[in-house]
Design a protein around this ligand. Structure first.
Ligand code: H2B
Length: 99
C-alpha cells in the first residue's frame, strides 16, 4: 500500500466515510483522531493488543493514549508528514476490531 500523501477527491471521500464512524481531523495537523470507549480497562487493553498486532504487520503505528476504558487514537504518516492510505486502512481495521 502506498504511503504517498493523500490529496484531492479520493482524500475527501475517504475522510467523509471515516467521519461516519467517528473519525475527525486533528486541529492544526494533517492527522485523524478518534476516541474509543470500551466497557472496562481489560476490553480497552485487549483491543489495543489486537490493534498493535495489526499495526506491526502493516509497519504503520498509531499514536494513542489510554486512560482506564478510553483510548484516544491519532493516525498520521510521519514519513510523509500527513495522511496516507495507510492511515485510512489502519482506521478501518481499528473500527472492525472494536466491533
Ligand atoms: N508509523 C506511522 N504512523 N507513520 C510512519 O511514517 C511510519 C510508521 N513509518 N511506522 C515506519 C514505521 C518507518 O519509520 C519504518 C522505518 O518503516
Amino acid at each position: 500500500m502506498s504511503n504517498e500523501k493523500l490529496t484531492g477527491d479520493a482524500r475527501e471521500a475517504a475522510l467523509a466515510a471515516l467521519a461516519k464512524t467517528g473519525w475527525g481531523m486533528v486541529e492544526g495537523r494533517d492527522a485523524i483522531t478518534k476516541t474509543f470507549v470500551f466497557a472496562n480497562f481489560i476490553d480497552a487493553f485487549g483491543w489495543m493488543s489486537r490493534a498493535a498486532l495489526v499495526a506491526e504487520k502493516m509497519n504503520h503505528h498509531p499514536e494513542w493514549f489510554n486512560v482506564y476504558k478510553t483510548v484516544e487514537v491519532t493516525l498520521s504518516t510521519h514519513d510523509v508528514g500527513g495522511l496516507s492510505a495507510l492511515d485510512l486502512a489502519l482506521a478501518e481495521k481499528m473500527d472492525k476490531l472494536a466491533g
